[in-house]
Write a protein that binds this ligand. Structure first.
Ligand code: DC
Length: 207
């Protein structure tokens, strides 16, 4: 049986941690769709034309360690405004969403464009300052040299580009549950997301 959980939200809102925990809890497969755009962004930085890179993308490209860097994040956000890049990545994401046994996909447009029929939609957000602080600490932790103001500026720049692009801009689906994690620790955010999905599942079986 297919059951899709769509988890969308801005950069560094905690979607990744949350999505993995929710997928583990329900025993569903998980796809971090940002990795698709990051892999295309990285190929662009290597000199490959982004539309061609998107069309040639393979599953193995997603496990590249280099995809987590701030440079690749900015490149991902830039290739993500190109409609042909988005179109090339659509079928893979849709097939993943409707696979048997349940799936959690996290990204920007899962509940609005990739899988509007998803049974559960969660829009995870937090203030730009809180998100930049988390990302800053993560970068410090893995030894990347940076300062908070740079990370905050990059977070805002990416928000602006992701939310104002013409094709599939970042926005909550009309029927998404909004989860603001500004004042929640990881455990509380995970519990709230699981509770939201459980409530939707119960609503389905009751209706
Ligand atoms: O979630 P992330 O930071 O790994 O995403 C990197 C970029 O990819 C993000 O700035 C916008 C783009 N993206 C997108 O446009 N649609 C998605 N479903 C996921 C990511």
């Amino acid at each position: 049986m297919a059951f899709t959980i769509a988890i969308d939200g801005p950069a560094a809102a905690g979607k990744g941690t949350l999505s993995r925990a929710v997928a583990d809890h329900f025993g569903y497969a998980h796809l971090d769709t940002g990795l698709l755009y990051r892999a295309v962004g990285k190929r662009m930085l290597d000199g490959v034309e982004p539309i061609e890179a998107a069309r040639a993308l393979m599953a193995g490209d997603l496990s590249d360690d280099g995809l987590r860097s701030p440079e690749v994040a900015q490149a991902a956000s830039k290739v993500a405004v190109i409609p042909e890049v988005r179109a090339a990545l659509l079928d893979f994401q849709r097939a993943f969403a409707r696979r048997d046994g349940g799936a959690v996909l996290d990204g920007r447009d899962i509940g609005t464009v990739i899988c509007p029929e998803a049974e559960a939609k969660i829009f995870v957000t937090a203030s730009a300052e809180v998100r930049a602080r988390r990302r800053f600490e993560e970068l410090l932790g893995n030894g990347t040299e940076t300062d908070f103001d740079t990370v905050l500026a990059e977070t805002r720049e990416r928000d602006e580009r992701d939310a104002t692009r013409a094709d599939a801009p970042l926005r909550p689906a009309a029927d998404a549950v909004i989860l603001d994690t500004s004042a929640l620790d990881v455990g509380a955010a995970v519990a709230a997301a699981i509770a939201a999905v459980d409530a939707l599942r119960q609503g389905m079986s009751a209706g």
